[in-house]
Design a protein around this ligand. Structure first.
Ligand SMILES: CC(C)(COP(=O)(O)OP(=O)(O)OC[C@H]1O[C@@H](n2cnc3c(N)ncnc32)[C@H](O)[C@@H]1OP(=O)(O)O)[C@@H](O)C(=O)NCCC(=O)NCCS
Length: 152
């Protein structure tokens, strides 16, 4: 499949569109993502995420359509004597746009942010089907929970 470079930026409330929800649907039928739950519930979740300090980002196709999203959180970690680490969650690429480089652009954006914020590590929990994706991006895969991790 052809690889492209996708613009990635922080998400705003204006991005809470049906196409954003379609990206989340690739994560599977969770309570918040079911289309009958609707955008109002997603908007509330987005607000709560922001309040809690989580950043959400979106990837855009050349015509400005949202084709993927991911969230991350920077925290101070006991394991690193209080240094920062970055946690990654909800990496989701629209079903019709997978294997074109969108996911890689999202994770590389977060990794660049984590480096900018002098994080010591970037980590998350991978689904069984996505392990190879994280491995290809240079993450170490380990532990029974499917964790992925990279020292920065
Ligand atoms: C997993 C996911 C985020 C990957 O995003 P993507 O845009 O399809 O992946 P990319 O095109 O950026 O792939 C980057 C590399 O990983 C590989 N890759 C991607 N998904 C893969 C998979 N499921 N299995 C094996 N390799 C995979 C690609 O082939 C590519 O390798 P290459 O550089 O050697 O060509 C996306 O498929 C998705 O949203 N899946 C459903 C939700 C999900 O599982 N999210 C992960 C939550 S932990």
């Amino acid at each position: 499949m052809r690889k492209e470079v996708f613009e990635v930026r922080r998400m705003t409330a204006a991005d809470l569109t049906p196409e954003f929800m379609e990206c989340l649907e690739s994560l599977g039928p969770t309570e918040d993502v079911r289309s009958d739950v609707g955008l109002a519930a997603i908007r509330e979740t987005f607000r709560r995420q922001l309040r809690a300090g989580w950043e959400t980002i979106v990837a855009l196709s050349p015509n400005g359509k949202i084709v993927g999203t991911a969230s991350y959180f920077v925290k101070h970690c006991y394991h690193y004597h209080g240094a920062r680490v970055c946690l990654v969650e909800d990496v989701a690429v629209h079903n019709a746009c997978q294997r074109r480089g969108v996911g890689a652009c999202l994770v590389k954006f977060i990794e660049a942010e984590a480096r900018r914020l002098t994080c010591r590590s970037i980590a998350g929990r991978s689904r069984a089907g996505a392990v190879e994706f994280y491995r290809k991006l240079g993450f170490r895969i380990g532990g029974p929970g499917g964790g992925f991790q990279k020292e920065l």
